[in-house]
Design a protein around this ligand. Structure first.
Ligand SMILES: Cc1cc2nc3c(=O)[nH]c(=O)nc-3n(C[C@H](O)[C@H](O)[C@H](O)COP(=O)(O)OP(=O)(O)OC[C@H]3O[C@@H](n4cnc5c(N)ncnc54)[C@H](O)[C@@H]3O)c2cc1C
Length: 470
């Protein structure tokens, strides 16, 4: 009897865990566990898995269940402490082999360690694999402790010395479950376990964001082949409006509905069949950023979550509740920040350009404790990925891997990436009648609109940033 513990690898394609488990004889239990660790509260009190992500997760699990069902199996759901749930199945069915994918951040690796200890005590053979990155952990040209702190050095080395592996084939059939309790293809979720209710993103979202492997592969096909957007990705990727300025793969990647290697090999096929240019390369470049944050987490462990970050940078952060609330609600009185925050609140998604700006505004202009911002993102983002989120937040806040001390000039950024203020007006329709020239200080043009006064003097805050970091 074998058991797969599904985690952020909710797919059949390029899944080494599934591939290896199916090669072993005997029944197989594909198990997913809802653990309070992921469904409780963050330290500043946000739901760890917010409503949009919960919905995306349910859809992804439903799709995994259907795909397993088609091949003769189905997904079993467990609720509670992961180790206890898995040990329950081990004892009940006499499981001899457990398979799972390893994660990179410390809460997840600690859980793995606890599980492995219990399984080994019970005489169960553990098969764990690395499968979430483009480059396999074993193929890196350095030890984890020696991973370069600066992205460019990391990228150049992996590009030169490492090779992306081939995909694992999908199993033709999957060994059946020990009991035929799962007869239908509808997953039976116990909603009473969760403190938040699943919610679909608002219709104004850049995409409808349907979870699951089938939808991930469909998006890959639409973005690369049907829409032919890959060839201009480098020029469009800093966009703010619409489905196709960037790939929107992130939520599927975060849940493992698509493997980064699958995207990589599809880019290579596109390059040989259609076009190879700096845009096609840039998609791979961005996936290397994702790898980098995972591997750098392995190097630094829980230091990524410290107030002073991996840099040990001591900053006198503020925890002003009113400022935090204004930022979350999109009521800072700075239209470019507010438009992005409203998009996030209503849809669970925000562009990379938006994320950089609102995070910089949060940590640099407002001088708010960067961990509060990172935790809010953790709660709300559809594509929350512990390494990418905390790594990027630390980076932008000046406590991570950015070798330079930088901040974003919000108005300059808005003028560059939203020159006609279309994005601002899309999310802040109360500013529809304000001229593009006056859009960043709308109350100066019309005092009667329903829009707040700025919570800070932006220009003065730049002087303060310069003083603070000089
Ligand atoms: C403060 C902040 C928080 C972030 N939090 C997350 C998060 O929780 N989860 C997440 O997946 N990304 C996060 N990002 C990175 C980036 O914003 C998103 O990956 C990207 O916007 C997702 O859109 P896309 O799939 O269309 O990206 P594309 O531009 O199409 O890029 C393709 C893929 O490359 C990867 N990628 C691109 N940029 C980055 C980056 N800077 N860091 C790591 N990987 C990247 C993603 O997997 C992405 O799906 C964060 C960035 C910032 C500045």
């Amino acid at each position: 009897m074998n058991l797969i513990w599904f985690r952020n690898d909710l797919r059949l394609h390029d899944n080494e865990v599934l591939y290896q488990a199916c090669r072993n004889s005997g029944n197989l239990i594909p198990l997913y566990v809802f653990d309070p660790i992921q469904h409780g509260k963050t330290s500043f009190g946000f739901p760890k898995t917010g409503e949009y992500r919960l919905n995306f997760l349910f859809e992804s699990l439903q799709n995994l269940h259907e795909n397993l069902h088609q091949k003769g199996s189905g997904l079993v759901l467990g609720y509670g402490d992961t180790v206890k749930v898995i040990m329950h199945y081990v004892e009940k069915y006499g499981v001899e082999h457990v398979y799972f994918h390893e994660e990179a951040a410390n809460e997840e690796t600690e859980l793995e360690d606890k599980l492995v200890e219990k399984l080994e005590e019970a005489g169960v053979k553990v098969h764990s694999f690395w499968g979430s990155t483009l480059y396999h952990a074993d193929d890196l040209p350095f030890e984890f402790e020696k991973i370069p702190e600066v992205f460019t050095a990391f990228r150049k080395k992996v590009e030169k010395y490492s090779k992306v592996r081939e995909l694992f084939p999908q199993p033709e059939t999957i060994p059946s479950l020990p009991e035929t309790s799962i007869r239908n293809d509808k997953l039976d979720i116990d909603y009473s376990f969760f403190e938040v209710s699943p919610k679909k993103p608002d219709n104004k979202a850049v995409l409808s964001f349907n979870g699951g492997e089938d939808e991930a592969l469909k998006r890959l096909n639409d973005y690369f082949w049907e829409g032919d957007h890959l060839k201009v990705y480098k020029q469009t990727r800093n966009g703010l409006l619409g489905a196709d300025y960037s790939s929107k793969f992130s939520a599927w990647l975060a849940n493992g509905c698509i493997s980064p290697r699958k995207i990589y090999h599809e880019v290579r096929r596109y390059e040989s069949e259609r076009k190879s240019n700096s845009s096609t390369y840039w998609m791979i470049f961005e996936l290397i950023w994702r790898d980098y944050f995972r591997f750098i987490h392995l190097k630094h462990g829980d230091r990524f979550f410290y107030e002073a970050g991996i840099k040990g940078e001591s900053v006198d952060w503020s925890r002003n509740k009113n400022m935090l609330k204004a930022w979350i609600e999109g009521e800072t009185g700075i239209p470019f920040v507010d438009a992005n925050m409203v998009e996030l609140r209503e849809t669970g998604f925000m562009s990379n350009r938006g994320r950089q700006n609102v995070a910089s505004f949060f940590a640099k202009n407002l001088n708010l404790d960067w961990r509060m911002g990172a935790e809010y993102f953790e709660s709300v983002l559809l594509d929350y990925d512990v390494c990418s989120n905390w790594g990027n937040w630390a980076y932008v806040s000046g406590v991570g891997n950015d070798p330079r001390d930088r901040y974003f000039n919000i108005v300059v950024q808005a003028e560059r990436y939203d020159p006609n203020a279309e994005y601002i007006r899309y999310w802040l329709p109360q500013l529809n009648n304000i001229s593009t020239k006056g859009i960043h200080t709308p109350l100066k043009e019309n005092r009667t609109i329903d829009y707040p006064e700025p919570i800070i003097d932006l220009e003065r805050s730049y002087d303060e940033i310069k003083k603070r970091y000089s």
